[in-house]
Design a protein around this ligand. Structure first.
Ligand code: 16G
Ligand code: ZN
Length: 547
């Protein structure tokens, strides 16, 4: 049963600051860290209720990802390791904004009743807590712990400083009943990486200009140190990590995947001396990854290899393995076997064309990991990526079982088919099944490049990005813009889409859409055209239409 006095007593220690209203946005609550403790405390309560309801382990991650170091945030990982079920989001908002302990208690009581949350004779709530390297993280983690333990019997385990994907991975592993420590995570990644290395076709020769060294920008966040631990387990890789902690610079300040992808410049600590070297950048909590190479010019412009191109590399590799399986009869017997690609409207049009030309099925969803992830789960193999570098590859359970049979030496079929099945199985263990993970992403990119014998330049030549421009427009009320069809069409205000169409039609390969941001109080404009100048003009004209 709910112990009301316990909730009243602990919540009176976490009163909400005056005039603050928070909302569970695309990626949980995110605010200036100084106003977050009551929110995080209440998310702790919510997580305990979620755990009781699902009778599973739930995760709470304290991070503000690529945002500035003085910000922080909190989000919940559901039993599968994915994002909190969307039907609980409104309750998260209500809880977080309840003005007083009494009102908070009343909301909880009503919700417990409505959701029929079980208390007696059931498995007690169990929550895994993790945080990134932000200085505010420790106190906020304590607030979350107090929230969790205000529900009688609930247990909170502090998993310490982790990347966001590690925490999601642990929640998933715990609920599958498999070993779920950080050490297990590192072992699973390094073992499956080694397995893929062993399966590289013999005689794979290096292509010209292939440089074996990888230099990684850790955004001065949690990812760099974790990558170094992985690196110790993988002596075959030549990796140098820069910007790996707060000793080297400020978190996300002129560093990290978000900065590199948005600004298209080299992060701090990288310059023309690195020209030609394969480089990668993680974001502050290591759930995003982009690659780049620095050009020899003095102001260090870069060739950006973004999430769309990582997706394309993965798609090419997976498709090759499926074709090895296909050669020999049996994929037909597995009649549901489908490879699906999931992108958002931000995917560069050249990437979508490229993938379609490969004969792949490309699906669009609205922006936000929860939408992409959900759609990817419809396929036997679903590959999803946002251009910003967040993505992963999902394998269905039935497909994994089928691969397990197929990879068995005793089953009929060619040696090549057997190897292809083993490779796909290894990929399913290497790449995080819960959420996009920059560490597993780096390992998969590295082994695929070795498998193909490709340099970063060869990879980047898969297709040429169309020039694009992103703008943001401050408006009185961003919710006045309503979109449909995966944010590609404006349905409100009336007439706006027609005006965008008329403008876009003036440009060769023109494409443009607008959408309200899910994380900032702005409307975003994205435009693409055959030249940079045209993309800029199109974006500017459409921004004026929105204003
Ligand atoms: C959040 C999303 C990210 C999305 C971004 C868009 C998650 C975990 N993160 O960071 O996927 O690209 O929001 O921001 O879902 P916007 O709505 O402000 O453009
Ligand atoms: Zn992130």
């Amino acid at each position: 049963e709910l112990q009301k006095s316990l909730i009243l007593e602990s919540s009176s220690r976490f009163l909400i600051p005056q005039g603050v209203k928070v909302s569970y946005g695309t990626a949980g609550f995110r605010e200036d860290a100084s106003i977050l403790s009551s929110t995080v405390y209440r998310v702790g309560i919510l997580a305990a209720l979620r755990s009781l309801k699902t009778q599973s382990v739930i995760g709470v991650m304290i991070t503000a990802s690529h945002n500035k170091v003085s910000d922080n945030g909190v989000k919940i990982a559901d039993p599968s390791g994915g994002m909190l079920s969307q039907d609980w989001e409104p309750f998260a908002d209500e809880l977080a904004n309840a003005p007083s302990p009494q009102q908070l208690l009343q909301l909880i009581t009503e919700f417990v009743e409505k959701e029929r949350i079980p208390f007696d004779g059931v498995r007690p709530a169990e929550i895994l807590l993790g945080r990134d390297t932000r200085p505010s993280g420790e106190a906020l983690l304590e607030a979350a712990r107090q929230g969790v333990t205000s529900i009688v019997g609930a247990v909170a385990s502090d998993m310490g400083i982790l990347t966001t994907p590690q925490l999601h991975w642990m929640v998933r592993a715990r609920n599958k009943g498999i070993k779920a420590s950080e050490q297990d995570y590192f072992e699973q990644l390094s073992n499956s990486f080694r397995c893929l290395m062993d399966l590289i076709p013999t005689g794979q020769s290096k292509c010209d200009g292939m440089n074996d060294k990888l230099v990684v920008d850790g955004a001065n966040g949690v990812g760099g140190a974790k990558l170094q631990i992985l690196h110790k387990l993988l002596s075959v890789l030549d990796i140098e990590v820069r910007n790996s902690s707060q000793d080297e610079g400020v978190l996300n300040d002129g560093v990290g995947a978000d900065y590199v992808q948005k600004e298209k410049v080299a992060p701090r600590g990288f310059g023309s001396k690195d020209a030609g070297i394969r480089c990668a950048s993680l974001d502050g909590d290591a759930d995003r990854l982009v690659y780049f190479s620095v050009l020899p010019e003095s102001n260090a412009p870069i060739d950006l290899v973004d999430g769309d191109k990582i997706l394309s590399l993965f798609a090419v590799f997976i498709r090759e393995q499926l074709s090895f399986l296909n050669e020999k009869e049996d994929i037909k017997n597995f009649d549901k076997s489908r490879l699906g690609i999931i992108q958002t409207a931000y995917a560069n049009g050249a990437s979508t064309n490229y993938l379609k030309h490969l004969g792949l099925e490309v699906n669009l969803t609205p922006t936000g990991v929860k939408y992409l992830h959900e759609k990817a789960a419809d396929f036997d193999i679903g590959i999803y990526f946002e251009a910003n570098g967040h993505g992963t590859i999902l394998f269905s359970e039935t497909f994994i079982e089928w691969l397990e049979v197929r990879s068995n030496k005793l089953s009929s079929g060619s040696k090549e088919a057997e190897k292809a099945a083993l490779r796909l199985l290894a990929v399913s263990k290497l790449i995080n099944q819960a959420v996009g993970d920059a560490l597993s992403g780096v390992l998969l990119v590295e082994v695929i490049l070795k498998h193909m014998g490709w340099s970063i330049h060869r990879w980047n030549e898969l297709y040429h990005d169309l020039p694009s421009r992103q703008l943001k427009v401050k408006v009185a009320d961003r919710t006045s813009v309503v979109t449909a069809n995966a944010e590609t069409v404006v349905v409100r205000p009336p007439g706006l889409q027609e005006a965008i169409n008329a403008e876009t039609a003036k440009y060769t390969q023109g494409r443009c859409f607008v959408r309200p941001s899910g994380t900032e109080d702005v409307v975003r404009v994205y435009a693409e055209a055959s030249t940079q100048e045209a993309a800029d003009t199109l974006a500017n004209c459409v921004a004026k239409l929105v204003d």
